[in-house]
Write a protein that binds this ligand. Structure first.
Ligand code: SF4
Length: 315
């Protein structure tokens, strides 16, 4: 079975959510804002790949002012990124794979740069990752991300590099500073070490062993503790018994909100019902047929205190 960094993140975040998303292939529609951000990120990645392949990018830039600005700001902030003179090898969308504990791991680097022993940095490699969020992440946050751990681990496991010979650099290319009118690219460089490599090996081994045990157990994957904050905005709360969720709103006239039990408010114990005084500003919605219930994911807006009579605008 294949596992990606995103799947490791999900498995660690909530095994039940992993079950719904990956094993049962249940998907949740992205909000229009998130979708637009993803599409912009895809365009940027494609453009950088096209540039690395020696294909012209000016015709693309001519039709996208923001893309053009971000690329030119990046070129000005990091000219060495675009200068391969001292490098022995570089490739965009470079893929590497390894097997651990019976699972197949694949990583795809946005850009991999290598230098040989005769070059000024010496025998080393650098993984580059483009990030198109509007706000940069801290080094502390990024070090804990499975993407960082898996990408660095993979390079050591599939080459002759020692951990201290490699690094990973995140470039946040779309960061906007309230003081500056133009995007200001920022980078976070993360060196690697033998200690970090051993730690990732232990974590990967442990997580994959737990995963195997869950698969072999044949039972639903564990849920988070009942009071977990992570459940509050989980799109799968409606499938998790007794998880309070704003994703489920009763369609009957009682004005009660279902705490994701899958029951109608008439079947539900009164103690499990949530009074209609709860205010909704932005309620995730996807209408699915159900007995007396509207289950909801996606995005809708309302300001009414009476859900049973709410005018809902799907956006
Ligand atoms: S509601 Fe909570 S326990 Fe259930 S899938 Fe979502 S995060 Fe996991």
């Amino acid at each position: 079975m294949r596992l990606s960094q995103g799947q490791l993140t999900l498995l660690e975040y909530c095994p039940r959510r992993f079950q719904h998303s990956i094993l049962e292939s249940l998907s949740v529609p992205s909000s229009p804002t998130l979708l637009a951000a993803q599409q912009w990120g895809d365009r940027f990645h494609l453009l950088m790949q096209q540039r690395e392949m020696g294909l012209p990018i000016d015709p693309v830039l001519a039709h996208d002012d923001e893309l053009q600005t971000c690329v030119s700001r990046l070129q000005a902030a990091a000219p060495d990124l675009f200068d391969s003179t001292d490098e022995s090898w570089r490739q965009s969308e470079h893929e590497r794979s390894f097997v651990l504990n019976g699972y197949w791991f694949t990583v795809v680097y946005d850009l991999l740069r290598q230098w040989n022993a005769a070059s000024s940095p010496g025998d080393r490699a650098e993984i580059i990752d483009w990030k198109t969020y509007l706000k940069p992440r801290t080094a502390k946050f990024l070090r804990r991300e499975w993407q960082t751990r898996l990408y660095l681990y993979s390079l050591v496991e599939t080459t002759d590099y020692r951990p201290e010979q490699i690094s990973m650099t995140y470039w946040f290319v779309r960061v906007t500073d309230p003081e500056a009118p133009q995007p200001t690219p920022q980078k976070v460089c993360l060196p690697y070490s033998d200690q970090a490599h051993q730690a990732t090996h232990r974590q990967l081994t442990q997580l994959t062993q737990q995963f195997t045990a869950l698969l072999e157990g044949g039972m639903p994957f564990p849920q988070l503790p009942i009071d977990s904050q992570k459940c509050a905005d989980c799109p799968f709360a409606v499938r998790c018994p007794y998880r309070p969720s704003q994703s489920s709103i009763c369609a009957c006239s009682s004005g009660k909100i279902a705490p994701s039990t899958g029951q109608t408010c008439r079947q539900m114990p009164q103690s499990m019902q949530v009074e209609k005084s709860i205010q909704y500003q932005s309620v995730p919605f996807l209408f699915l047929p159900g007995p007396s219930w509207i289950q909801a994911t996606g995005q809708a807006s309302t300001q009414s205190a009476t859900p049973s009579h709410t005018l809902v605008t799907i956006v």
